[in-house]
Design a protein around this ligand. Structure first.
Ligand code: FIX
Ligand code: ZN
Length: 418
């Protein structure tokens, strides 16, 4: 019987193999906040943007007595100086977000150990946006980027309306948060744009919202629709959110064959003074997701949850509903402690039928560290998975391992989206 525990040299060999495969596998990033380069200044990049990322702002405030208002009055580079000083100079930058900045600079070939912010700034000043984009995508080995596109965003809407030449690597996803969580204000905007909705979810409102969705999915060529919802999201419910979802959004998705992405568990503005850095997390009632999946088998749901406590239940739910596809370790769970546990749990409960990660990058350069750090985790988890197979007498071939890595890093998502 060929069921012995693989020897250490065999395990090391396996690890190196998986490492090479995962490192070489191109990523399709299924959720980011990056923009097609045609959006010019909306596609953020460079050292100051990296340092004022809201993950670091939240951590930086813990180390300074500066009032929040005073921080926001500072120029971007002064804010970046402050964060550099408080998180990198005065303390060792061991948090995931801080280490991310260092990994990014290191993979770009910069000498981070010199602790010289000015020379880093000088290096970035010499880059051109076009060449830098290519360099980052190549370094991160990312080939496709899904954006987050909101018609309610005054900065991006005008360009969509005017039209532009698309970079095919940047795929649109239609973001619907205002529609579902800030209804009266969103309704007023819709009226202003010529959609004759009322404040109530009437027949006319439903038709007009569907017309709005049709116009914008076409304009953007959106791959899926999406929303982030608070922990108390309930379905079914007597709320505008639940009613619009049921009567307008899900029927629209069915008619157009588009998946709906639900990102569950964000508690917005827990500390509003921190602005974007002030959002928190809460445990969601996944009964809502279960009801959606079972009541609408013709709809496809992409889902990720923010709370660690929800991860196991979410996995079990995905075992029950094939119209539910899990993706990524979102935001506060995108730390090695959690990504390792979540990826292992998903692999053990779902096999390969999920999308391992998304970057959620807001700054182009972050693609480098977010994928670098996650690849390390994936290599570890996959190696252990394959070692278990070898122990059970099943030796995976090189081609099978390549196929699996492609599937986890975008293939399963493309397949699910159809
Ligand atoms: O809702 C979302 O898409 C979140 O990812 C963002 O709101 C959040 O600010 C973020 O950047 C998390 O990584
Ligand atoms: Zn996001």
């Amino acid at each position: 019987m060929n069921t012995t525990h693989p020897s250490q040299p065999k395990l090391d060999h396996l690890h190196r193999r998986v490492e090479r495969i995962v490192a070489a596998t191109p990523v399709c990033d299924v959720h980011t906040h990056l923009y097609d380069p045609a959006f010019k200044r909306l596609l953020l990049w460079g050292i100051d943007e990296l340092l004022v990322y809201h993950y670091l702002v939240a951590e930086g405030f813990r180390n300074t007595d500066l009032p929040c208002d005073r921080f926001w009055e500072l120029s971007k580079s002064a804010q970046a100086d402050l964060i550099w000083d408080s998180l990198f100079v005065k303390h060792s930058p061991v948090s995931e977000a801080c280490r991310g900045v260092l990994t990014t600079l290191n993979r770009l070939g910069l000498d981070v150990w010199k602790r010289d912010l000015d020379s880093v700034r000088r290096w970035f000043a010499k880059q051109t946006p076009e060449a830098y984009l290519e360099r980052v995508l190549e370094t991160a080995r990312v080939v496709k980027i899904h954006m987050t596109n909101s018609p309610f965003d005054d900065l991006e809407r005008p360009l969509w309306e005017k039209g532009f030449r698309r970079d095919e690597r940047f795929v649109a996803a239609l973001r619907l948060d205002p529609l579902l969580v800030e209804w009266p204000a969103a309704a007023a905007k819709l009226v202003q744009w010529g959609y004759k909705v009322n404040e109530s979810v009437s027949r006319r409102t439903v038709d007009q919202v569907k017309r709005f969705l049709g116009d914008w999915t076409r304009r953007m060529n959106a791959r899926y629709l999406m929303v982030s919802l608070p922990p108390d999201f309930a379905f079914p419910a007597k709320s505008v959110c639940a009613e619009l979802l049921e009567q307008a959004i899900l029927p629209f998705c069915r008619e157009e064959g588009l998946p709906m992405a639900l990102m569950l568990g964000v508690r917005r503005a827990v500390n509003p003074a921190l602005r974007m850095a002030g959002d928190g997390v809460g445990v969601s009632d996944l009964q809502a997701l279960r009801n959606l999946c079972s009541s609408f088998p013709e709809n496809r749901f992409l889902a990720t949850v923010l709370s660690l406590e929800n991860q196991h239940e979410l996995c079990v739910l995905a075992r029950k509903f094939r119209n539910l596809h899990l993706f990524g370790c979102w935001w506060f769970t995108n730390v090695p402690y959690a990504t390792e546990a979540i990826t292992r749990m998903r692999l053990e409960l779902l096999g390969l039928s999920f999308t391992a990660q998304h970057s959620d990058a807001r700054v182009l350069d972050q693609l480098i560290y977010k994928w670098d750090h996650y690849r390390t985790i994936l290599i570890q988890v996959l190696t252990e998975g394959y070692a278990g197979l070898i122990e059970s007498g099943w030796e995976p071939s090189m081609q099978e391992m390549q196929r699996d890595a492609q599937w986890l890093l975008g293939g399963a998502f493309e397949h699910f989206c159809g």
